[in-house]
Design a protein around this ligand. Structure first.
Ligand code: ADP
Length: 196
């Protein structure tokens, strides 16, 4: 098994994060935690790229719908009335379409982050998908207030500032998809001998 400090994950600052000038703040939080940025680039993604970036399997799409249904339940909203459906797969497909529009609505910043349990640590820094559920101290909890009930009423994706890989498989897929081997620049951080 890989040394925990060799773990890599992908972070994509979404168009809302870029347009709000949060790139520096996000990078700073990642670096201060002791994680290392080993690739970094701003791009305008295409619809095809985003379509390939997010999983296309039914399981993932259904889970997207289930998250929406939970958010509706938490706030006492009726999915049938709001979305015309209670079917997680159908809702997931609609949401995925909005997500592609959102992720291509402006530039994004993509990066590879490396460090101890990078996938889980960066997810902790980001906070949960719905900013209304995110604790203060997380990026989503400190800088955003949005969720499915609000976003779906306006037929758009949840604006939650950044994307972070969820599993090792997702991280591997995203690294290969978004970066060429020569884009990744490893180096030693000055604190490495002191922090871990
Ligand atoms: P995460 O980005 O936290 O891993 P998901 O993979 O579940 O979350 O969802 C991908 C993205 O889709 C979210 O970050 C969010 O921008 C958007 N999203 C999720 N659910 C909804 C929804 N019900 N309505 C609009 N956008 C959504």
């Amino acid at each position: 098994m890989l040394h925990p400090k060799e773990e890599k994950t992908v972070v994509i600052i979404k168009p809302d994060g870029v347009k709000r000038g949060l790139v520096g703040e996000i990078i700073s939080r990642i670096e201060k935690r002791g994680l290392k940025i080993i690739a970094l680039e701003m791009i305008q993604a295409t619809k095809d790229q985003i379509d390939e970036h997010y999983p296309q399997d039914e399981k993932w799409i259904r889970r997207l719908g289930e998250k929406t249904l939970k958010n509706y339940q938490d706030y006492g909203f009726d999915p049938q009335k709001e979305l015309g459906s209670q079917d997680p797969l159908e809702i997931g497909k609609t949401v995925r379409g909005w997500l592609i529009d959102f992720m291509t609505s402006g530039p994004v910043v993509k990066m590879v982050v490396k460090g101890i349990h990078a996938i889980a640590m960066v997810r902790k820094l980001a906070g949960p998908t719905m900013p209304t559920e995110a604790d203060m101290g997380t990026i989503r909890g400190d800088f955003s207030i949005d969720d499915a009930t609000a976003a779906n009423r306006d037929k758009r994706a949840v604006h939650n500032i950044l994307h972070v890989s969820e599993t090792p498989e997702e991280a591997d897929h995203e690294i290969i998809f978004w970066f060429a081997p020569e884009d990744i620049c490893d180096y030693k951080r000055a604190e490495e001998d002191i922090m871990f």
